[in-house]
Ligand binder design. Sequence first.
Ligand SMILES: O=C(O)[C@@H](O)C(=O)COP(=O)(O)O
Ligand SMILES: [Zn+2]
Length: 210
Amino acid sequence: MSEAAVRANIVRWGKSLFDRGLTAGSSGNITARVDDGFIATPTNSCLGFLDADRLSKLDAAGNHISGDPPTKETPLHFAFYEGRGCAAVVHLHSTFATALSCLSDVDPTDALPPITPYVVMRVGRVPVVPYTRPGAAEGKRLIAGIVAGHSAALLENHGPIVCGATLDAAVFAIEELEEAAKLAILTRGMPVRHLSQDAVADLNATFKLR
Ligand SMILES: O=C(O)[C@@H](O)C(=O)COP(=O)(O)O
Ligand SMILES: [Zn+2]
């Protein structure tokens, strides 16, 4: 995909996510790989009103080379790029996934037990990464510790972050994470039937995640 097409796709998905209430105000950020580096949403920008020409450009090492100053979460995004060789990363403050990230009794190694096949197919196991101040460099080390086995995480008391082989795949995955988090919250305290380990293994074998 050309850089112009990547920029246009970030603007298109940013507007779609914002218009559907999946992140509010100037929260959330998107980055995507291009041939000679990365395109990132600018810090303090609203995902609903991005300007393709003002998106931040970073070189392959993450240095800001043009456009507005990049999201302060660049280190988190780079933990995914470096650890998984993915092509895009999306972070949102979507309501239900963020609510899940605030619950003190979820399993930090598996915050979203397999409630439907699609979340297994699109997202996989979701750990909770301990709280750090947004933009803190320490967050990169914590994400780096989980990326080998995970393409998604909940930032504790903050929100979801997901990577994908394409920007479309990363968006689909973070949307599915939000839907599964909604189901998990809506059914909390109810006698939920989770998918069996055999069913999860079958899904993982049939629909390889990235
Ligand atoms: O929660 C935060 O402050 C950031 O994680 C965020 O969502 C928006 O930060 P910027 O991308 O730097 O605007
Ligand atoms: Zn955030």
